[in-house]
Design a protein around this ligand. Structure first.
Ligand SMILES: C[S@@+](CC[C@H](N)C(=O)[O-])C[C@H]1O[C@@H](n2cnc3c(N)ncnc32)[C@H](O)[C@@H]1O
Ligand SMILES: [Zn+2]
Ligand SMILES: [Zn+2]
Ligand SMILES: [Zn+2]
Length: 461
């Protein structure tokens, strides 16, 4: 962290704020601040204390740093949007809408920026002790821990805690009305901290079980990771022998040069990849990779899915009621392998029973394998792919892939990018693809699709 600019940032003087306010208004021509409003905001500025009741903040719309002062564009409850006003950060410190603005509205995963934190830290040292607690909570909310505050304040953690505790408990009967927003904020921060802590643990677990880092992000609500399943690195099954030796293999010296006679040809298939491992086959074709009985080594271009995912991912909370989703944290090329759909390999009969249970929760994690002998269930055991949502205009295509395991009834399910994907894009596939191939298990109430594609078919199943 850079040295906080204590002098300037603490300069919370009313006249200065007034001066800056005028300048800020001026540099923000897009914001309409009429004469009447300017007068009102001056009135607001004259308040000695940050009086949340009197300011009656509705929502924070924007923020700017101007000459080292932080300003928030505030819509007041009693005013229409177009009379929103710029207020110095000191006027809105501790108001829950600040957190809402930074965490939810701005969707900034790293939370408040350094300068804003510095402001809060410095502001708080010179204020009522209960604000210290707010700050602690605020930083807990932003960072998920309090070390940063401790460092900034130059206190030991014990000192900080003692200070914070002196301000509590506030007897319920003597709760001052003005403290309510603060308490609400603290409660929110507390809940948010619990979310961040739980999700950080989840992130460790999922990343440990994955060859690539998988982050967990929730900047939307207070939902924590579901805990009712385990992350796995490969299929799990009590029905099939997953260690059976491959029957067919190749003797190529250079599989790419000899691709016409390499592994895929034994199965009547085409060599699937270009020299750099990007998939060339159109949807519907099957992929046959080299296996442990082949003469080629691990660097063979016909060993893509078996090498596992290579790009970092993030499980994230969607904003539109689709639960969790998965996004790529690196750009993907067209035809690039992303990850496999892993889970327990079960029989269609088991799947029917489990599907009935999933109907109750409204989410399904069942994926039928072509041929109909098995279903992959990622409900209780799976990898990050269990969070991939459906889209009617998906950016992933699923392919059946065989490698070491050559049982025709037990292919792997591998997702490849259908087009070039920028960093951060949500990954989706078309759930109906398998359904169109004739499976009937997806019955019951139809679920409304929220994929948002212009070509949306309206229902998930
Ligand atoms: C394989 S899971 C995907 C991860 C899931 N969103 C979660 O939070 O665990 C499938 C479930 O996600 C939800 N879902 C996926 N795509 C959706 C979409 N386009 N519209 C609405 N819900 C969707 C449905 O509840 C579906 O049963
Ligand atoms: Zn070969
Ligand atoms: Zn090979
Ligand atoms: Zn749709």
């Amino acid at each position: 962290m850079n040295e906080p600019r204590k002098k300037k940032l603490s300069d919370n003087d009313v006249t200065d704020s007034k001066k800056y306010l005028r300048q800020v208004n001026w540099i923000n021509k897009d914001v309409e601040v009429g004469g009447r409003m300017a007068k009102d905001s001056h009135k607001g500025m004259k308040l000695k204390e940050t009086d949340l009741e009197q300011l009656d903040i509705d929502i924070i719309l924007d923020h700017k740093v101007f000459e080292d002062q932080i300003f928030y564009l505030v819509k007041l409850k009693t005013q229409s949007l177009k009379y929103s006003v710029w207020l110095s950060a000191g006027k809105v410190t501790g108001h829950p809408s600040i957190l809402y603005y930074h965490q939810v509205f701005m969707n900034s995963p790293e939370g408040l920026d350094e300068r804003i934190i510095s402001f809060f830290v410095h502001d708080i040292v010179t204020r009522e002790p209960h604000d210290l607690l707010t700050l602690t909570k605020l930083c807990a909310l932003v960072y998920g821990r309090t070390e940063e505050v401790v460092r900034e304040l130059g206190l030991t953690f014990e000192e900080l805690r003692a200070k914070a505790l002196r301000t509590l408990p506030i007897p319920a009967g003597r709760l001052h009305r003005k403290r309510l927003p603060l308490l609400r904020l603290m409660r929110f921060a507390e809940a948010r901290k619990a979310v961040l802590t739980a999700n950080a643990e989840w992130e460790r677990e999922i990343s440990d079980a994955s060859p690539v880092p998988v982050l967990v992000e929730n900047d939307v609500d207070l939902e924590v990771a579901p805990t009712s399943y385990r992350f796995i690195r490969d299929y799990e099954s009590s029905y099939v022998d997953l260690t059976a030796r491959p029957v067919l293999s190749c003797t190529c010296e250079d599989c790419f040069a000899e691709r016409a006679s390499c592994c895929a040809s034994h199965f009547g298939g085409r060599f699937a990849y270009d020299a750099r491992g990007r998939l060339l086959l159109p949807p519907g074709h099957e992929v046959y990779e080299c296996n442990r009985s082949c003469a080629c080594g691990g660097a063979c271009p016909n060993r893509v899915v078996q090498r596992g995912p290579t790009r970092p991912l993030a499980v994230f909370r969607t904003r539109d009621g689709r639960g969790w989703g998965l996004r790529t944290l690196a750009p993907l090329e067209r035809g690039q392998f992303v990850l496999e759909y892993l889970g327990e390999v079960i029989t269609p009969l088991d799947a029917e029973v489990r599907d009935a249970a999933y109907d109750v929760t409204g989410a399904t994690y069942l994926f039928d394998l072509s041929g109909g002998a098995f279903t992959v269930d990622a409900g209780q055991k799976g990898n990050a792919s269990r969070f991939i949502n459906h889209s009617c205009d998906p950016n992933l295509q699923v392919y059946t892939v065989w490698g070491d395991q050559q049982d025709p009834t037990l292919p792997r399910l591998a997702f490849f990018a259908r087009r070039r994907l920028p960093r951060g894009e949500e990954l989706t596939f078309d759930y109906q693809m398998e359904a169109r191939l004739g499976d009937e298990y997806l019955q019951g109430d139809r679920m409304r699709c929220r994929c948002g594609a212009p070509s949306c078919r309206e229902f998930l199943f």
